[in-house]
Design a binder for this molecule. Structure first.
Ligand code: SF4
Length: 442
């Protein structure tokens, strides 16, 4: 679960959170090797093509200072970058190193065949030796070191599953809900009470982010001139006389998603769910649940645990990286996770949950990633509002049925994978196609 929901700075999980983590891991590995004289960074493929707008350079610098995505605060990050700009000296855990982004970060737009989001980190020591490491940012803030074996793990899960069919079979055999299965599996990592605390923390981080997004006003950074809208919409909704107007409900849900994604676009602190670009969908749908359906905290935890199970399936069987799958792998997956979570929280059976997750993705298949100016603003911010509304509809549709349906979740995940593989790279987080080339930047 912790892999699907991580806390970090925006605007992108694969382009900001992952690279920061890789750089922090890299410098941690340098300690005890002597004085470092030079550090160089090479960003490849999608990281180079949209990295400027996604703050990849800033993220790598922060990681090289030993900072990690879950603990770094926005103000602290700004301070580090201003100081580097002024002094040209980077304070890393391996010592002070001269560093200028213009000279020490290379943007290599050619793709590396192993992964579209690849970065190389190199350190030279004063004794003339050097270390180079290659990392892949594989989506949702997760990273993989090039030579590491991804399947090497000693963790034994109580109820391992790698497909929706297996997950449903476990539920049938054990009489557990999907949330119950995940909760049992989480015991491999921590005590149940700690899992509860983690869930409570994730929930409050999500809702704090909504509040911060609503509080803030002004224009988002990056030069597109996109204005923050959440605060104005909230004021208008509160002042409306006809509060029982049915459209108001959808406007509130949109507002909550908008608030999170405006915060993300501003480089604020968000919960990747499962990515930063798609971080507004799950908080908005969870807020909908707590506002309009129930305030039972246990059911909110079931929401998140169930959503995590569905996110895991996408990660396992396809990818949640837009550089591999387009936006269907980000907002589409978030929609599918939120639909499943809401269905579970509303008392749906495991088969109804699986049905909701399938509907949530079926109507996002083929969704491309074409952010204008490489910024996670257009179409990303509004797209999260669409994902949230669609997720609620998917849950309500699934709850109308008995869980039997024609297209299985496994089939729709496989369809997403094949569609992502067939999608041309200009539609996969490179800003070289779609809206990114048809809308002239101001
Ligand atoms: S278009 Fe979708 S996948 Fe691409 S950056 Fe925006 S939210 Fe992420």
């Amino acid at each position: 679960m912790a892999e699907l929901f991580t806390i970090g700075l925006g605007p992108s999980s694969s382009h900001t959170v992952g690279p920061m983590r890789a750089a922090a891991d890299f410098v941690e590995g340098l300690s005890g090797r002597g004085a470092v004289s030079i550090i160089r960074v090479k960003l490849h493929g999608s990281l180079a093509l949209t990295g400027k707008g996604h703050h990849t350079d800033r993220a790598v610098i922060l990681g090289l200072t030993g900072r990690r995505p879950h603990s770094v605060q926005r103000a602290e990050a700004d301070e580090v970058l201003v100081q580097l700009e002024r002094t040209g000296v980077l304070e890393t855990p391996a010592g002070h190193v001269s560093f200028r982004s213009e000279s020490h970060i290379a943007w290599c737009k050619r793709f590396v065949k192993e992964h579209p989001n690849t970065l190389d980190l190199l350190a030279e020591f004063e004794d003339g030796t050097s270390v180079i490491r290659r990392y892949y940012s594989i989506g949702g803030g997760a990273i993989l070191e090039a030579d590491a074996n991804p399947s090497s793990t000693n963790v034994e899960l109580e109820h391992p599953f790698s497909s929706a069919a297996e997950l449903l079979a476990i539920c049938d055999r054990t009489n557990l809900t999907i949330a119950g299965v995940v909760e049992m599996n989480e015991r491999a990592w921590r005590e149940p009470l700690e899992t509860n605390s983690l869930l409570a923390q994730l929930r409050s981080e999500m809702f704090d982010c909504i509040d911060r997004g609503i509080e803030a006003e002004g224009v988002l950074p990056g030069g597109l001139g996109v204005k923050r809208r959440a605060r104005g919409i909230q004021r208008d909704l509160i002042s409306r006389e006809k509060r029982d107007d049915p459209s108001t409900l959808f406007e509130w849900v949109s507002l909550w998603a908008l608030a999170v994604n405006e915060e993300n676009a501003a480089g604020g602190r968000v919960v990747t769910a499962p990515t930063n670009g798609a971080a507004g969908v799950i908080p908005a749908v969870l807020k909908y649940f707590e506002t309009y359906v129930s305030t039972d905290g246990g059911r909110s935890h079931d929401f998140l645990l169930t959503a995590a199970a569905i996110g895991f399936l996408y990660k396992k069987r396809a990818s949640i990286s837009a550089a591999e799958m387009g936006c269907q792998g980000e907002v589409g997956v978030a929609c599918s996770m939120a639909a499943a979570g809401l269905t579970a929280a509303m008392g749906g059976s495991p088969r109804q949950v699986e049905n909701a997750a399938e509907i949530g993705m079926e109507h996002n298949l083929g969704l491309t990633c074409d952010p204008i100016g490489g910024l996670v603003q257009i179409p990303c911010i509004e797209r999260n509002t669409m994902g949230a509304i669609k997720a609620i509809n998917a849950a309500l549709l699934a709850l109308r049925g008995d869980g039997t349906h024609l297209v299985s979740l496994d089939q729709v995940i496989e369809t997403m994978r094949q569609t992502g593989n067939d999608m041309r790279s200009k539609y996969k987080e490179t800003s070289t196609g779609g809206l990114a080339v048809n809308v002239v930047e101001c």
